[in-house]
Write a protein that binds this ligand. Sequence first.
Ligand code: HEM
Length: 236
Amino acid sequence: MKEFLAKQGFLGTHGTMGADLSYISAVLFTALFLLGWYQGKKHKGNVHHSLTLWGMITMLAYFTSYYLFRQLGVFALEGRSGFGGPDWVYNNIFTPTITIHILLVTFGIVIAIYLIVLGFRASVKENGKRFLKEEALHVKTKNFCITLLSILALLGLLAFIRCSSFRCYIVYLVGFLIVILVFAFEKIMEKVLTNGAKRHRLLGKLTMIMYLLLLITSTITYLLLYIIYTPQIPEG
Ligand code: HEM
């Protein structure tokens, strides 16, 4: 898989297969989310639900290829070895952009998982049509604790069975933190916005703005790395 992703990409730039695939999936998931938003606005709850679910699946694929195979985040944090442009562009444009981008991706995943779960909890399907319920939405403390502890226990078990390297444990640790963050977010949002439908609409709109910023930052990163300048080392 690593060899395949390190091959020359298909977009006709200096990008590798991994770079091109991750960029295309970023465009795709943003398009799916935006199209999903448009359908939600038109009160087509069913289509909205399918499009956002596919957006989420594409986003997870993007996250995996981008960070596990291309290691762009590592480039940005550990030095400028993969970047072919001058120092001032690296320091003043590339590094701030990639830092904002990594923060957006991390938060984007948390909020997307949260919204998908909220979408199911806050909506009902009647006569084949899904719509949001305009009522207070709380999770019972007992259910909250059982769900959180079960997911954490499952992740811990998976890490114990599968991991033999430090890097693998780090990936699971990030997973642990994301799950805790999603659950903490739910508790805070329950107090700030009691109505489940309003919560879903407001956070949904904020998420859409975040995805647009994410697309802009990944486009700038791709342009700087593979079109405007030539990468200095082969990507893998
Ligand atoms: C990342 C995931 C999601 C995001 C970002 C999101 C975002 C949104 C937004 C922004 C709206 C309001 C549209 C508007 O009036 O401007 C909305 C409405 C809605 N969402 Fe979601 N949503 C997500 C996932 C889901 C899921 C998984 C479901 C169902 C299982 C769902 C069910 C609904 C329903 C039923 C509406 C109301 C449509 C209507 O007004 O009739 N959403 N969503």
